[in-house]
Write a protein that binds this ligand. Sequence first.
Ligand SMILES: [Ca+2]
Ligand SMILES: [Ca+2]
Ligand SMILES: [Ca+2]
Length: 235
Amino acid sequence: MKTFKFSGFTLVEMAVVLVIMALLLGGLLSPLTAQMDQKNYTEVKRALESAKEALMGYGLSNKHLPCPDKTAGANNGINDRPNDGVEDFSAAGNCITQEGNLPWATLSLAERDPWEQRFIYRVTAAYSQRAPLFTFGLATNGNLRVCNAALCAVPRLTDVAVAVIVSKGKNAGSCSTAPSPPACADERANDDGNNDFVSHTPTVTGSANGEYDDVVVWLSSNILINRMVTAGQLP
Ligand SMILES: [Ca+2]
Ligand SMILES: [Ca+2]
Ligand SMILES: [Ca+2]
């Protein structure tokens, strides 16, 4: 009678099994990741639209827009304190800064996007100043521009935004800081503290202006003024 002797798996057999398992797992995980990304982007777009509505609501009841919540600096009290979600302004009626966190507590919104980052918010000074300063009127235009690329050439998406809100997307801003340049011009445009922003569909590393996965919404002065006139708040 013939006897069989079990001698275990050889290294080669183990390697083959591991490769097969890795392929199977990879095949299962990549659709899951894609699904998760899609869910997060749907969620962040909804959050940004709500934020825009909240800005308009705040504008209608206060006749000016909220100031950003500053991201650094000393704690000087309730309306001059960093990273607490409350808008920061001076007794003179100016914002402490025109770009910072979306003031989530002032607006009763979520603090962070699906990737655990706070939203960036910039507002036109003429629209965020309040008493004792004059607030804006029918002829006051926004001065924020949203463009297709960092160069901000015409045609632009808008020249007259009064407020811009940015989510840094899945890369959570990792493309915006050194040592990533020169690959990230469009992402950098969205957190460099000036009046120009970039909005376009996502691009990958190696594209002309580099990786881009930010989500940007803006409020134009035309829309805000129209709403305020309709509500009897202007002129
Ligand atoms: Ca604050
Ligand atoms: Ca990004
Ligand atoms: Ca900018």
